[in-house]
Design a protein around this ligand. Sequence first.
Ligand code: FEO
Length: 393
Amino acid sequence: MNITDSIKYVGVNDHGIDLFEGQYIVPNGMAYNSYLIEDEKIAVMDSVDAAFGNAWLDNIEKALKGKKPDYLIVQHMEPDHSANITTFADTYPDAVIVSSDKAFKMMQNFFGTDFADRRIVVGDGDTLSLGGRELTFVTAPMVHWPEVIVTYDGTDKVLFSADAFGKFGALDVDEDWACEARRYYMGIVGKYGMQVQTLFKKTKDLDINIICPLHGPVLSDDLGYYISLYNAWSSYEPEEKGITIAYTSVYGNTKKAVEYLAEKLEKAGAKVALSDLARSDMAEVVEDAFRYDRLVLATTTYNADIFPFMKEFINHLTERNFQNRTVALIENGSWAPTAAKVMRGMLEGSKNLTFTENTVKIMSAVNDQTKAQLDALAAEILGNTTDSDGGEN
Ligand code: FEO
């Protein structure tokens, strides 16, 4: 596949993977992207996952048409991209490895060599000439490991963006970009919003026509759309108005309460994402919590704490710097409900959260009193938003 006359795609699709990075389900597989830039000199951008070394080398060989690569540029050392560096180095013994100082230290740890006799160490603003064109490197620490660099080709106006702008899903599956890019971003890069914002600042003056990430499709049309979503995600601003309701329910009573609430909110015209944390992909619910501006958490008191799935969910949020949202709490407990207090305590360190005045207390089962509390909560959640009335936020 040609990206431009000089840049070819040489990556691979993985449909055999069970869990990406050991935890994320990827129903449509995964792509490990790699690119070949052919000028007077030839550079290959990153390697691929361990299971695909032969397929990747075959792709490179076909693209080279008998030529030899001069450089392997390593932007990121996570094994989904670095596992075949030594395979490449052995196959092309004259090629030079180009990467950051931190990455070479990681190569020593991963492979027992830092390629001291055949390497170029690059940092912020350094360039590499391929003859007719020059590549410029920009460091992108913690997007999403500390050694990461991104690379700009000013001739074709291409940004090789490492994990940034990546998504779950193989490239031979047609699916919505934002859905799986958002789940990927929130799951994998979400903690490092500030570092993504720093990368935006460092690259803002580059004239970019094409973004080539390490996962997901090459982006070339309407780049403003992708950049504005990334900007919202990395600044922790809600992407749109809506209400995520995340709950656990042991015997169905808390479920009845949140279903009652969800129906009320939906009838009023609000967008609602309702998820049972014990039966959902947790990464999808994390994605929803960051996507929308309001979050309702409903759970039971359990072992003088809260139900384990809710505890895990809140930990996922706080470790990703969840902030700038309105939060409502619903607790259930048959003799001493304390779940709301525990949930609030877990969110104490989160910045700029507004808790609703109404907190719903269910004593075992939903009754008329509970419904009245849920009605009041629904009214407060909808109170001053544009969900239903077109009023101002
Ligand atoms: Fe796709 Fe951070 O590796």
